[in-house]
Design a protein around this ligand. Structure first.
Ligand SMILES: [Zn+2]
Length: 126
């Protein structure tokens, strides 16, 4: 953590490390609400997967939860605006396929992240 110790960020990182330590020891996050742990997860996964932001992290995990052939049809998490199958980022993702099963990624995505609601299309007034 590069910025640890700087003001609120330091306090935040300390809090997150506490949460992780607690989870390792007791098997769950000390916070009742999911959202508290979520930002930490997004940051950690973002760093690990080489993407930024919750949407990109969720897309990457979603892709890992599908067979390669299915995943290739999804929008690429790297932000290139291509399908995953047309971007070299798929090779980055494929490295993670050996670490856990597709089922684990699907389950994890469902349990650890609050789904992003798609913005409703603006209604045009007559
Ligand atoms: Zn891409």
């Amino acid at each position: 953590m590069l910025l640890a110790g700087c003001g609120w960020y330091g306090a935040y990182v300390d809090g997150f490390l506490y949460a992780v330590t607690h989870r390792i020891e007791y098997g769950n996050f000390p916070y009742g609400e999911l959202a508290h742990g979520e930002q930490g997860l997004v940051d950690d996964y973002g760093e690990m997967l080489g993407v930024t932001g919750k949407l990109a992290v969720m897309r990457a995990l979603q892709a890992l939860g599908k067979r390669k052939r299915e995943a290739n049809k999804l929008s690429c998490p790297c932000g290139c605006c291509l399908r995953l199958g047309r971007c070299d980022y798929r090779f980055v993702l494929n490295r993670f396929r050996n670490i856990e099963r597709r089922r684990w990624f699907r389950q994890h995505l469902k349990e650890a992240f609050v789904p992003i609601k798609k913005p409703k299309p603006a209604k045009h007034k007559k």
